[in-house]
Design a protein around this ligand. Structure first.
Ligand code: BES
Ligand code: MN
Ligand code: MN
Length: 460
């Protein structure tokens, strides 16, 4: 059924409404970021649930209905702002869980909202509570202006731990979650001046590799030389897997399924506005493996990686303690790009470790497949139009280096296309100390979402 038309949205009128609602929006953001919904911390389980309840309440206060969906782990929130039967439905995906915030460089309390002019500082402000609440405000704007589309919300609380229960849960609730399309707001622009939408996401395969060669610390004077040293062996193993200097993964076959970038993708890289200097500044990096901007972009968006997150074992304290330690662990993950398969990478790493160090134990963890998005068609065009309406500039579509487990599952289970309307900026500090979001992105985001829902409604 073709929806009958509703009035054109006025940017000026909506901006006035958004600005009048700023204090209320900030209170919501404050309430939500002050709940430390760290999904990876078992001691925060009750806080994660409280965050789900607060988020559901925010949807109800915006005029929708919302319920908590159990997953066996942390819950999901499903909300609806209904416009009527037979109208198009678009679902917004965000996550309301956050990373831990124990970095020593925080200048304020990570779970207390600090307002500095137009900037909001706290864990979760940009990843992903601020964008979630901006999308919700955008839905409300659209709703109140008679936009003839149903807007649903699917808010996850296990994104930051690899979405272990997401796919199973949405499969079990497939009928209630049915939707025409999904828009994800959990990604980053190239810069404040250059909006961007992902044309794809990298996948992720995590591992823990551990080695135990004894039972307790032993004196290196009495055992050293003959006793095996698990820290040294793991360091050796890790160095055999990846060249620390160049980042080149040395496991045979690792790059076999990597799809070469198309000419169009390379052209988009060249004109997307990325600079190496800006990248270094935004991420506080002193030097890089390469400086050519195209090379940097290829490495962070188009190529797979193996990253060593930590190697633990042995003595770390003050003074002199000359032990041979009994065990060590390395935490490792690989970012994957189309057409790599997580299961194949697990097999490659397992076989490699087995051949080199047979008594090391490889435990695969979270597996997220890479995602290839669409950049042409009516919905990507609606996103282009909505961003241009709100921010005055069309987004570039370039691939994105991060991973969002839910995306592949949504397309597979709900059979609805997934598109992206992210609002975060590189300098907002994803997963970093002093994470922040800002009113300009929030306000523009509200308008962009309202405009997107309007465009989806007009597509019918
Ligand atoms: N919002 C990010 C994903 C992201 C990162 C998109 C960078 C665009 C650019 C998401 O919250 C995230 O951090 N995902 C994790 C998943 C992991 C912890 C299982 C990631 O990518 O490491
Ligand atoms: Mn996120
Ligand atoms: Mn994140």
């Amino acid at each position: 059924m073709k929806p009958t038309s509703h009035p054109e949205l006025s940017k000026k009128e909506m901006l006035a409404a958004v600005r009048a609602g700023r204090a209320a929006w900030e209170r919501r953001l404050q309430e939500l970021v002050e709940i430390p919904s760290v999904s990876g911390d078992p001691d925060r389980k009750r806080d994660v649930r409280r965050a789900a309840e607060s988020a559901a309440q925010a949807i109800r206060d915006a005029g929708g209905d919302a319920k908590i969906v159990e997953t066996g782990g942390h819950p999901l929130v499903h909300g609806r702002l209904r416009a009527g039967d037979g109208l198009p439905t678009v679902t917004v995906y965000n996550h309301i869980d956050v990373q831990p915030a124990n970095e020593p460089e925080w200048k304020s309390e990570p779970f207390k909202l600090l307002r500095k002019g137009d900037t909001y500082v706290a864990r979760g402000t940009t990843d992903d509570k601020g964008p979630a609440l901006s999308a919700l405000a955008g839905a409300r704007l659209a709703r109140e202006r008679g936009v003839r589309a149903n807007v649903h919300f699917l808010w996850e609380l296990e994104e930051e731990i690899g979405s272990p229960n997401f796919e199973r849960t949405i499969r079990a609730h497939k009928r209630e979650l049915a939707t025409g399309s999904v828009v994800v707001s959990d990604t980053v622009w190239v810069s404040r001046r250059q909006p961007a939408c992902p044309a794809g996401l990298r996948g992720l395969q995590g591992f823990r590799i551990s080695l135990e060669t004894g039972a307790t610390d032993q004196h290196s004077g009495t055992t050293g030389g003959a006793a095996r040293n698990p820290v040294a062996e793991l360091a050796d193993l890790v160095a055999a897997m990846v060249d620390g200097r160049t980042g080149r993964v040395k496991i045979p076959g690792f790059y076999d399924d990597v799809v070469k970038p198309t000419r169009a993708e390379l052209r988009d890289l060249a004109r997307c506005g990325f600079t190496t200097a800006g990248f270094k500044k935004d991420h506080l990096l002193r030097s890089l493996r390469v400086d050519d901007p195209i090379e940097v972009m290829k490495r962070i968006w188009l190529m797979p990686t193996m990253e060593i997150h930590g190697i633990a074992g042995g003595y770390q304290g003050p003074g002199v303690k000359t032990v041979v330690p009994p065990r060590a662990t390395a935490i490792v993950s690989c970012r994957l790009v189309p057409d790599m398969k997580a299961s194949k990478i697990v097999a490659l790493v397992r076989d490699f470790v087995r051949a080199r160090c047979p008594d090391a134990v490889v435990r695969p963890e979270h597996a997220l497949e890479p995602f290839r998005g669409r950049t042409t068609g009516s919905l990507p065009d609606a996103i282009r139009g909505a961003m241009k309406f709100a921010f005055g500039k069309e987004p570039v579509f370039v691939r994105e280096g991060g991973s969002i487990g839910a995306v592949v599952s949504i397309e597979k289970v709900l059979r609805a296309p997934v598109h992206f309307l992210g609002l975060s900026l590189p300098e907002h500090g994803y997963h970093a100390p002093n994470e922040n979001f800002d009113w300009r992105q929030a306000e523009g985001g509200m308008l962009a979402f309202a405009s997107y829902f309007d465009r989806v409604a007009r597509l019918g």
